[in-house]
Design a protein around this ligand. Structure first.
Ligand code: G1P
Length: 905
């Protein structure tokens, strides 16, 4: 059998023969910064950060090429067997009848592999998880004799300790080994290098790496090796170490002793074991990296000394991760319900891992980018809105006065750093995302007043959208924008939003759409910095302006205010209009430049009270102009008359999409991004949406590999557009099914009332992910599916936040609207169970709700209406047969605890 089956809570699953698939890994981490990836043979790596890898870094291809894995050997008289499956003999037996029988069970932050040596009839069960509050992984190894005869072996744990920066993988790999100092003690091997060599230079090292072990009844290991060369022996390998083949080798020594200047390993030999028929023996290992060895090593030891304690900690840890998310769905497809357990967990993984540190995510040095920061908030807003208010206000401190933002994000909330290399790169989409997150926040909480809260601005040497440098700026200035008197300037959240959005719309190229600059959402559209334009995000910004106007009016209503203080310099950008200006890209750029020059060093600090209604009207007028311009100029068609919106201009200022004549014949160039944002923003009229769906189905949709691809094959290396065209077609940003954009397409379609089409986009992703034979990934949505349908970059993708948001607020239609809870389902008939029920549990305004939709006739979306709704059995308001509503005040008057809402369709 291939693939997994779900077995329990939180999306736990089980699969046979995981070694018959490549590239599988599960994230294992706690809350201390130690983050691991674990493959079915206990390969993978473990690290605190880029400069502190406990096990050497593993990119995806290292999972099969490298053998420095966590290992546990049984040394018999007649040969060696690895309980992890990593020995030369076992590799030679793979795909033959002699192969071990292997079953893997996996869940949130843990893995258990049960492996049977068929020849000897010995079974090993190995479980791995991470302690929550101590930077240490724990492995438990239980070996059982299922044979009819007695068996005798010597157990050896062997875990290589890399103990340095990822940079040293090749750069000074040998010299950095000379820095290593190991102390071998009675519990294991503790390595503390003298110095650390990395991009920060040579420093005194402060990190200690350890491998500890505990055997039957807490027995300590008896002998040790810390030097890799000695462990494998002359001519030996990790798969066939000579000191395990010759278990009485004199290389094994009793503790204590020290080893200097070697590649290190924690090789721990335990007392020889004899197991009678049916008997078991168990071992526990803890490996970690810490700057507080005294405390952490003691805690790690405590966790592994007694088997019962370790088992208890494992159960508690599983519960912790399972209870971390509080949104659960129940539909007619149990597979989907379990899949959603992983989708809701993925944003937590990105919180912990950032966008780095899993085998596919072998780039970056940890941390997240600006747009990821905001989009990850979306998921948090649905699961745990407490604390998000502060997070949002803190994040706004990263906005620059020219509308761009800091791109180096610190570890602490609201910490933004000046880019030391001063790389002048501006992603033109960055200003778009914060309002989207703020809007969800205001809807979920009803806290519209947040618009009036103050926050500082970010300041560094880059000014005028990175076209100029502020010569007066020095490092002593700090990173907070000051006014002309040298005081830190503060502006409202509304002002931040206005600066981001209103500055962007004047930053246009010669075709009147917003300049692409360094790239937009598609990071790989990075070679059209001069004349490139993103129509896609011009739509996005226009849509924002309409929504900002709506929330400004709501703010006025709720607060009773008619005006708001706004930076004096900004006023002109908000109100400038007239055909003369609007239709002249040059004049728009001049106006923006004159604003940016004014605020390039100090801002005046002067504020003007401006009428909220006037601002709202001005924004709407601008949005209308932008949308009309796109409707008039950007609709393209193929020779059969299929139409869609052009999303980009290249670096020659030429339109990118449409049908083109090439030496090889006609080439249709269509990209998904422009369709997503024209539909989502309302730029596309209803008839456009229908056309777009038709064209996307014709040119982008591919059955079986996740659905909507990011673009058609341009069949050209477009160096006037971006590096994406250097990627093979079907991979990553060049025409893969890129989950994030595909989910956003679904979201946009649902929003426009196209539920069946939105469902198709989402369901195609779910089906492709769970078709293990093809996708070869554990449950979850990967960043993308390649042309063969394989899932790549699993877990750490913004797609999960969007999928979760779309399922909750669109499919189930359970969403906040300025603090009220609305239930407007757009579920398809097939999503209800046999009794016509679909349910979701979720938190809202501090209470827990189960929303049950009852569709006994199993009517199709579009055919059903909301006929009646109750909360805890009492009638609720139903609006126009469309939706049930529970107002914020009604929710607040409910008791604490769980409530049931039943909505009859
Ligand atoms: C990744 C990045 C995201 C970027 C996208 C497209 O997507 O994290 O910022 O917009 O590539 O280039 P993700 O892996 O989050 O789906």
């Amino acid at each position: 059998m291939s693939g997994y089956t779900f077995t329990g809570k939180g999306g736990d699953f089980r699969m046979e023969d995981p070694q018959h698939s490549s590239g599988l890994y599960i994230p294992v981490a706690g809350n201390t910064g130690l983050r691991s990836a674990v493959s079915p043979d206990f390969g993978g790596d473990a690290k605190l950060d880029q400069n502190h890898f406990l096990i050497a870094p593993k990119s995806i291809s290292n999972l099969h090429s490298d053998r420095d894995t966590r290992n546990f050997f049984c040394a018999y008289e007649d040969g060696i067997w690895s309980a992890c499956g990593a020995s030369a003999m076992q590799e030679a037996e793979r795909f033959t009848d002699a192969e071990d029988k292997v079953v893997l069970e996996g869940g949130r932050m843990w893995q258990k592999v049960t492996r049977t040596d068929k020849k000897r009839n010995i079974t090993a069960e190995i479980t791995i998880f991470s302690l929550l509050d101590t930077p240490s992984e724990v492995m438990t190894v239980k070996i059982t004799n299922d044979s009819d005869t007695e068996t005798t072996f010597t157990p050896v744990a062997a875990i290589p300790i890399y103990g340095r920066s990822a940079d040293n993988l090749r750069d000074h790999r040998h010299v950095t080994a000379l820095l290593n100092r190991a102390k071998v003690c009675e519990d294991g091997v503790v390595v503390k290098p003298t110095l650390s060599f990395d991009e920060r230079g040579h420093q005194i090292n402060d990190t200690t790496y350890f491998v500890l072990g505990s055997g039957a009844n807490g027995a300590k290991p008896v002998e040790f090796i810390a030097d890799v060369d000695l462990f494998i022996g002359e001519g030996g390998t990790f798969l066939r170490p000579r000191t395990v083949l010759d278990i009485t080798s004199s290389s094994w020594k009793k503790a204590p002793f020290n080893v200097d200047g070697k590649e290190m390993i924690g090789a721990l030999k335990f007392e020889r074991v004899t197991l009678k028929k049916g008997e078991s023996v168990s071992f526990r290992l803890a490996i970690g990296a810490t700057t507080d060895p005294e405390k952490d090593i003691a805690n790690a030891l405590l966790a592994i000394t007694k088997a019962e304690d370790t088992d208890k900690i494992f159960e508690e840890t599983k519960d912790y991760w399972n209870n971390l998310t509080n949104i659960h769905v129940k539909t007619g497809d149990a597979g989907f319900d379990n899949y959603m357990e992983w989708i809701t967990f993925q944003p937590q993984l990105r919180r912990i891992y950032g966008c780095s540190f899993l085998p596919h995510h072998d780039y970056g040095r940890g941390g997240r980018g600006w747009r990821d920061l905001w989009q990850d908030c979306l998921a948090l807003l649905l699961t745990d809105p407490d604390g998000v208010r502060k997070m949002i206000i803190d994040n706004f401190k990263g906005v620059r006065f020219d509308g761009t933002n800091a791109t180096i994000i610190g570890d602490k909330p609201g910490e933004f750093k000046a880019d030391r290399n001063g790389i002048p790169r501006v992603w033109m989409d960055h200003g778009f995302w914060p309002f989207l997150t703020l809007k969800l926040y205001m809807d979920q909480t009803g806290d519209i007043e947040i618009l009036g809260e103050n926050a500082t601005y970010f300041k560094d040497a880059l000014v005028c959208r990175a076209e100029k440098r502020d010569a007066e700026y020095g490092e002593d200035y700090g990173v907070v924008q000051k006014d002309k008197n040298g005081a830190e300037y503060q502006g409202s959240v509304l002002e931040h939003i206005l600066i981001e959005n209103v500055s962007a719309i004047y930053d246009v190229g010669d075709n009147g759409e917003i300049r692409l600059r360094g790239a937009d959402w598609n990071d790989a559209l990075d070679m059209a910095t001069h004349k490139g334009e993103s129509v896609a995000f011009t739509c996005g910004y226009a849509g924002n302006l309409v929504d900002i106007a709506k929330y400004i009016r709501l703010y006025a209503d709720r607060s009773g205010k008619t005006t708001a203080p706004v930076a004096a310099e900004l006023k002109e950008l908000i109100f400038a209009d007239g055909a003369d200006l609007l239709s002249s890209p040059e004049k728009k750029r001049e106006l923006l430049m004159s604003y940016m020059d004014k605020v390039s060093h100090a801002v005046s600090g002067d504020k003007e009270e401006i009428s909220l209604e006037d601002i709202a009207k001005a924004l709407e007028a601008k949005a209308e102009f932008m949308m009309n311009q796109i409707r008039d100029k950007e609709w393209v068609t193929d020779s059969e008359g299929n139409g869609w919106f052009n999303g980009y201009y290249d670096d020659n200022g030429k339109r990118v999409e449409g049908e083109f004549d090439t030496p090889d014949g006609k080439n249709v160039r269509m990209m998904l991004t422009g369709q997503v944002f024209s539909v989502m923003s309302g730029t596309a009229k209803e008839e456009n949406v229908k056309e777009i769906i038709k064209s996307a189905d014709k040119y982008l949709y591919k059955e079986g590999i996740g659905g909507y691809r990011l673009n058609t094959d341009f069949k050209a290396l477009r160096t006037d557009l971006g590096r994406m065209f250097g990627f093979s077609y079907g991979d990553k940003e060049n025409g893969a099914v890129f989950s994030h954009m595909a989910v956003m397409f679904g979201n946009a379609l649902y929003k426009r009332g196209f539920a069946k089409e939105g469902y198709k986009a989402l369901n195609s992703l779910y089906k492709a992910s769970s078709n293990f034979e093809v996708s070869r990934i554990y449950p979850g949505v990967p960043e993308y599916f390649n042309a063969e349908g394989r899932g790549l970059y699993n877990y750490l993708t913004g797609a999960a936040s969007w999928m979760m948001m779309t399922v909750v607020t669109q499919s189930f239609g359970v969403r906040g609207e300025a603090g009220d809870l609305c239930m407007q389902p757009a579920l398809l008939a097939e999503q209800f169970d046999d009794n016509g029920i679909a349910a979701i549990t979720l938190p809202f305004r501090g209470k827990e709700f189960e929303v049950r939709y009852i569709n006994s006739g199993k009517k199709e979306v579009g055919d059903y209406q909301v006929s009646k709704a109750t909360v805890d059995g009492k009638d609720m308001a139903v609006e126009d047969g469309k939706r049930a509503v529970l107002t914020a005040a009604e929710i607040d008057s409910l008791s604490d605890g769980k409530h049931t809402i039943e909505v009859y369709l």
